[in-house]
Write a protein of this length. Structure first.
Length: 494
């Protein structure tokens, strides 16, 4: 769908969260031009009118952490997320090979396994016995490891590997090779994924894809109009190019795309047991992986700050989070900690004191609650501490880390509010957010009741989110009637 912004639009008789009575919303030149009970006379004769009939209107939703190309590709891959063992994952792979095998020489790529509680080991030998010479690459749900057949290892130029799992530094440099498809194929998949996101009320994403995002998004914007606003993150290996172009965080790159933050991954993940922690994982002396130590992180963040870039620092374990906060303090950089899954009590307050945003993914708590109970036993009162962060005055932004969780802010909001999924009891319900706080963390800092002068990025809902949010799980399928970006429709069912 092409965004059009060349005519004013009057949304008639909608409702706003926290406001009584109907409201008209006048959009002009890509902005909210007026709010009031009846704006038909003020709108002028050439305005397009859409009757909302009491539907709720909110600022459009943002996902503050996605890997958009990986999400687009994962939507087309074999889903092995429901496997409760290595044997079950192999059975899913075998079933796909029997019904829809890849072309000769092409790999079968699956996504989503979580082996943290599996009763059996994911070995190369186990895969080989089922797939033979077919290259198979199964990417974990947290993106931090992969399970490969011998042919899959060979395809990626890896020799014999003990055990079959490639983790962290052994895997991350290879991930791009698995994700590499022709540009036109990737771009079409991303466009489809963006349309699907718009259908859930999404107007913008922070894209932290591991790529030269400046080049990627300039290419995509030149080829077709955008559906979403995009803040394109930059990685260290591409940082000098952004600096040469004198792009600061927030600067327009092209179309709906602007320069995003510098992204740095400082530790691993919980499911892969590589999140960097103060205490070792049970039964081991292993505290996880510190990928970027302070002596490298602080100068990098200082350099980014000096060139007008915010920093988005991946930290999951409590030790990694402490070091990330130290680096923000030492460098003077502004930005966010991405994930912030396990925190010391004192570090919660440090987030607020330093003005560091906690960019969190509430659905991860639902995916990882059992893994956390096992591998972070005795520490989970400090895990995914959303309410504690909010109470301390920390700015929260919600996201998905798609493809780790679905690119759907209603899933994230429901997880934040209820700390539950599939009818289970709430996990550490003391860390639940109230609904309005969760919604406010999903709209890019816009007031929920709308504001004149704000971008005309809106979502129209067929139900009252406050009323619907009173039941666990009900927000996950919130009915969306329409989405506007810069005053143009990107999704519409009215």
């Amino acid at each position: 769908m092409t965004i059009a912004t060349n005519h004013p639009l009057l949304l008639r008789a909608g409702r706003r969260v926290g406001h009584a009575g109907p409201v008209d919303v006048l959009l002009r030149d890509g902005r909210v031009a007026a709010l009031g009970p009846d704006l038909r006379d003020a709108a002028g004769p050439r305005v397009e009118v859409v009757e909302l009939d009491g539907r709720h209107v909110l600022p459009g939703l943002w996902d503050a952490h996605v890997h958009l190309t990986q999400w687009a590709l994962a939507r087309q891959r074999l889903d092995v997320s429901r496997a409760a063992s290595a044997a079950e994952a192999v059975a899913l792979v075998r079933a796909r090979l029997d019904t829809a095998p890849p072309a000769p020489g092409a790999p079968l790529v699956g996504f989503g396994f979580r082996d943290g509680l599996w009763p059996d080991d994911p070995t190369t030998a186990l895969l080989d016995a089922a797939v033979g010479e077919v290259p198979v690459v199964l990417v974990s749900g947290d993106l931090h490891c992969a399970w490969l057949s011998t042919a899959g290892l060979r395809m990626l130029g890896v020799g014999a590997h003990d055990g079959g799992l490639l983790r962290e530094g052994d895997w991350m440099p290879l991930q791009g090779a698995v994700d590499h498809v022709p540009d036109d194929v990737a771009d079409a998949a991303v466009h489809d994924a963006a349309l699907a996101a718009a259908a859930r009320g999404v107007v913008g994403v922070v894209d932290l894809e591991i790529a030269d995002n400046l080049d990627v998004w300039r290419r995509r914007t030149a080829a077709r109009p955008g559906v979403l606003r995009v803040r394109a993150g930059v990685w260290e290996e591409h940082l000098d190019r952004v600096v040469r172009d004198d792009l600061h965080t927030g600067d327009r790159v092209a179309g709906l795309v602007e320069q995003g933050p510098l992204k740095v991954i400082t530790d691993g993940s919980l499911n892969t047991r590589t999140a960097y922690c103060h205490d070792p994982y049970p039964g081991t002396s292993d505290r996880g992986v510190l990928s970027v130590p302070p002596e490298r992180l602080v100068p990098l963040m200082t350099y980014a700050r000096s060139h007008g870039l915010r920093c988005a620092v991946h930290a999951i374990g409590d030790a990694a989070n402490a070091l990330a906060l130290d680096a923000f303090a030492a460098s003077g950089a502004a930005g966010s900690v991405e994930h912030a899954q396990l925190l010391d009590d004192d570090d919660v307050q440090r987030f607020a004191e330093l003005g560091v945003v906690a960019s969190v993914q509430p659905e991860h708590a639902m995916d990882d609650r059992d893994v956390a109970d096992h591998h972070w036993a005795g520490r989970t009162r400090r895990a995914f501490p959303l309410a504690a962060l909010h109470a301390a005055g920390v700015t929260l932004t919600l996201g998905s880390d798609a493809p780790v969780a679905p690119l759907d802010p209603w899933v994230a909001v429901d997880a934040a509010v209820w700390r539950s999924r599939d009818g289970r009891d709430a996990w550490h319900q003391e860390q639940r957010l109230d609904l309005l706080t969760a919604l406010a963390a999903s709209v890019d800092g816009r007031p929920l009741g709308l504001q004149v002068g704000d971008p005309a990025d809106l979502v129209l809902l067929d139900d009252d989110p406050v009323a619907r949010g009173g039941a666990a799980g009900a927000l996950r399928d919130m009915p969306v009637a329409g989405t506007l970006v810069a005053g143009g429709w990107t999704y519409l069912t009215l």
